[in-house]
Design a protein. Structure first.
Length: 308
């Protein structure tokens, strides 16, 4: 491995946000973590990360979304990703990251994880660390369950804590309308609320080990948007809508306006609405926008973190 230092070099990497088209949550284990079965799809809403050499590990953040709550220190996943790469390469210099966010913050779409994935790829390239895709995946798994998928992109089944990935075949393109909320939801808070609801109402998981519904996988393989819309589901949706009741109205509005399916993505609060095709997606986004909602049309699947 021959490490590289070029004070004038700037590496740009783009990574996608994700939707959880299916999310089944098992009971919490003794360590407090839940086993899950997730079906991820990377969509065309992106995070852009630029890496340059620096004296220390520093970060600057801008965005098309509210970035006021994004940490600008070692708590930021992208900074931690940069540190992991430099340690793995035995590099003792610093890294500066500039991030431009297009994915809602704390929106259930893995924006922070996409930042981390982009930083892994960017710093690996910047310093010539020579880490393989598999090695970057291993580093990403240390940062969170969504980071390995942001590296992989496309469509994939995630099991365990969501980071044990297996690619899933998705034929053609799927069009989504995303409706973001002004506020965010904390993932740990949503899981705690799910545990509370299950304890009070005895809403127990269907299976001891979570698994993705075969109907979702069949719909993806066939490319049939209507079948997919009928099969998508998220166990965290009840908890998310309990914590943020306005989400129930957004879900209902999406179906009323012709969406084939609707769900809260991940821990929320972003709502994902499935449209029949590109034209239907654009039309749905426009109607919801006219109704005062923050709606954007995207499509998937798209590739994971890539050099630009």
């Amino acid at each position: 491995m021959s490490l590289v230092y070029d004070a004038h070099r700037r590496v740009h990497v783009r990574a996608p946000g994700k939707l959880n088209l299916f999310f089944e949550v098992g009971d919490a284990g003794d360590d407090g973590y839940h086993e899950v079965a997730s079906l991820y799809q990377a969509v065309s809403l992106y995070e852009d990360v630029w890496a340059t050499h620096g004296d220390d590990f520093t970060i600057g953040v801008s965005g098309d979304v509210d970035v006021s709550t994004v940490p600008l220190d070692g708590r930021n996943l992208a900074v931690r990703a940069a540190q992991l790469v430099t340690r793995a390469a035995d590099w003792d210099g610093g890294i500066h990251l500039d991030i431009h966010k297009g994915v809602p913050v704390a929106g259930g779409m893995g924006g922070g994880s996409a930042d981390a994935a982009a930083a892994l790829v960017a710093v690996n390239e910047l310093i010539g660390a020579g880490l393989s895709s598999a090695e970057l995946q291993e580093l990403g798994a240390q940062l969170g369950a969504d980071v390995p998928f942001a590296l992989l992109g496309g469509t994939a089944v995630g099991t365990g804590r969501g980071d044990e990935l297996a690619p899933a075949l998705a034929r053609g393109r799927f069009d989504w309308v995303l409706v973001r909320s002004d506020g965010g939801l904390s993932t740990p808070d949503v899981y705690r609320e799910l545990d509370r609801l299950r304890a009070e109402a005895d809403i127990t998981p269907d299976r001891a080990a979570p698994a993705v519904d075969p109907a979702v996988l069949r719909a993806l393989r066939s490319g049939d948007a209507a079948d997919l819309g009928a099969a998508i589901r998220n166990d965290l949706e009840l908890a998310a809508t309990t914590l943020m009741p306005s989400l129930s109205g957004v879900l209902a509005a999406g179906i009323r306006e012709g969406a084939l399916g609707a769900l809260v993505s991940g821990s929320g609060p972003t709502v994902a609405l499935l449209a029949q095709d590109d034209e239907a997606g654009r039309s749905l986004a426009a109607r919801l926008g006219d109704a005062g909602l923050h709606a954007v049309h995207v499509h998937g699947p798209v590739p994971g973190a890539r050099l630009v």
